[in-house]
Each structure stands twice: as C-alpha cells, then as structure tokens.
Design a protein around this ligand. Sequence first.
Ligand code: ADP
Length: 402
Amino acid sequence: MTSTRVLVLNSGSSSVKYQLLDMRDNSRLAVGLVERIGEETSRLKHTPLHGGGGTRESNGPIPDHEAALKAVSAELAKDGLGLDSPELAAIGHRVVHGGRTFTEPTVIDEAVLAEIERLIPVAPLHNPANLTGIRTARALRPDLPQVAVFDTAFHTTMPESAARYAIDVQTADEYRIRRYGFHGTSHAFVSRATAELLGRAPEDVNVIVLHLGNGASASAVEKGRCVDTSMGLTPLEGLVMGTRSGDLDPAVIFHLARVGGLSTDEIDTLLNKRSGLIGLCGDNDMREIRRRVDEGDERAQLAFDIYIHRLRKYIGAYYAVLGRVDAVAFTAGVGENAAPVREAAIAGLQELGLAVDAGLNAVRSDEPRLISPAGARVAVAVVPTDEELEIATQTYALVARK
Ligand code: ADP
C-alpha cells in the first residue's frame, strides 16, 4: 500500500480538532482546529508543518460540521494534502464512549455507527458530536476506511471488582451503570511509553499513570492491561480536575436538590463546570494557581492542597491494587509541566520506594524522562502523551493489515 497518511479527527459539539500524520515516520504534516461551529464567529486555525508557511487563520460563520470539514479539506488542499488525496490511507476518529462493546479500534460501518448511537444515553454530550464528525467524513470520502478509536477501550480489561459500583445489580445492568473510564488512548500510550523508557516490555511492568490535564484521571496498569481507573460512568469521578469535582458523596446531589432546590441540570453544571480547581479558587489553570500560591494567596493554596491530597490518595490506592509498582508516570498539561505538582504528589513516600529528584524534576523537556533519583526502587517519570499519534497508529495498523 502506498497510502501512508492518516487524518485524525476529534469532533466536539462545536469544534473539530485535526491532525494529518505520515505513518512512515509518524511525522505531522498539518494540525488545526475549527472552533465555534454554528456561530457567527467561527474560526479555523490551520498550521502546515510540512514545507514552509505559517499558521493560517480564517474567521466567519461555519454553519455545521459538514462545512467545517469542507473548510479543513480546502485548507489541506492548499498544501497539496486535501481529503481527496490518494495518499490518505484512512481517517481515525476519536470516539469518547464505546461502552462494553468496543474493546479495540474498529473499522466503521453502519452497524458500528448504530452501536455508537445506542451508547448516547451514557455519553449524551460526546457521542452525538463524534457521530456527526464520522458521518460527515464518510459522506465526503465514502470509499475511505474510517476507524473509531474509543476513549473507553483501554479500560475494558478492568475486572468486575473494579468496574462495578456496589449498587443493585439489576438496576445497574438495566441502565448500563458501571465504571467505564476515559482518557484510555492516553493511558495506553503513556503506559507503553513508560515501559519503553525503562527498557522493558509492557507485559513486564506495572505502572500508575496520572493523566493530569484540564480533565484528569489516574489508572493502574498491570502488565500492559488496565486494572483500575479513576473516571467512572462519566468523566466526573475521581481526581480533582480543572472544573470537575471528582469524587464526592453522592448524597451531596440529593442535598442540593432537596435543600438547595437545584434542578438536575443545575447540579450537573455545578459539578462538571463550576467545581474542581475553578470552584475552589476561581482559576482552573495550574500556572495561574501556582503564581497565586507563590504570592501567598490562601484560596489558591487550599485548592492546590485539595488537588494534591486527592492525587496522593489515588497513588496509594493504586499501589495497593497493583501490589508491586515499577513506575509512576505523570502526563498531560499539568503532569508534563507542573514540577510543584509532581513534587508534592510524591513527597514523603520513600517508604513506598517513591521519590523525586529536585534537579531532574526542574528540567523542562518534551521527551519522556525519569525524575526519580538514580537507583530508586520505583521509577517516577514524566511521559508526554500523544493521543493523536496513538489514534493514527491504531488506525493505520488496522487498515494496513486489511
Ligand atoms: P486538556 O484536558 O484540555 O487536553 P491539557 O492536557 O492540554 O488539557 O492540559 C491543560 C492544562 O495544563 C491547563 O489548564 C493548565 O492547568 C496546565 N498547564 C499547561 N501548561 C502548564 C505549565 N507550564 N505549568 C503548569 N500547568 C500547565
């Protein structure tokens, strides 16, 4: 096969993020994003990375996803990389929820689309947007293989003891209530890259992955397979995030409804959009929070402390889940960049074989690296995630095999 390019699409309700990769050397040919689809102020930002030319930006109404993808294709075409190019081997779509059905990346056909649609009740915000992106791309290139790569797939190996909530089994099954987990593409990529950094096979190592972006999740990966993760039925469970509360007593919700008179939608918005770091201190960007902490701001300090406390609880919990830990890997925006978060998360855990070397932790780099002292029993690593590369790799592996 001579077609070696893969277009990765991440379609949100009002945005499309994309990257075009060449799988011969995993290089990026172009990256970009369409924002505010459906509004008057839509914006397309396109950066060709192959040959000259800087970022091009265009503003003006883009009414729907079809218009957005056509505009993206037109931009790519200006660089000789249009959607109609014979060198395009496939399109890989990020799909948030694959339920229990999709344990692997899957070539999309009508039956796959129907199943993604059937899962909308458990992913009402994400799956409809992902579906729109897929349908639009299929209409533009019906002949091209298109692959769905699911955020939940890596977590489908979780044992029932980790995946089930302790609620009435019949009710849980009727409504498909269980812990699915998200960020799976990142957890898969980072756990593998961590094994590589240690010079070992993924099947030989146990890793705790801490994906700390605006959304955040932890996972326990045993011999390359996920055995527990902190997000649940939805991405609300687990760590303190930029705008999500993470774990809380579910009775908080009854209390807000009964005593506070809040509606279900209001509580949903409160916990998903106005909680976490932003709810605690008014900022969700860790850079800003650290700046405020350094100035002695008490609210920012408390938000930071709550964030770290939750993170340490999960490190301890997953240590116990795994029994033996070879590495703890930090990734995503906060994990890759915020040295004070890494330092505070690991401080005082020498008894568990965990320590961070201050000098190594302060180094800034885009490469996977160890930040634990030489000879440490458990490696502590910073491993930049690359979800687009992982989606492209999985997509290409599937279509190149055919
Ligand atoms: P998303 O979940 O949106 O994909 P990212 O993984 O890109 O998020 O992470 C975004 C977050 O990373 C920002 O909200 C910010 O808190 C944090 N971040 C980015 N750069 C830095 C930095 N240099 N120092 C500290 N935090 C950072």
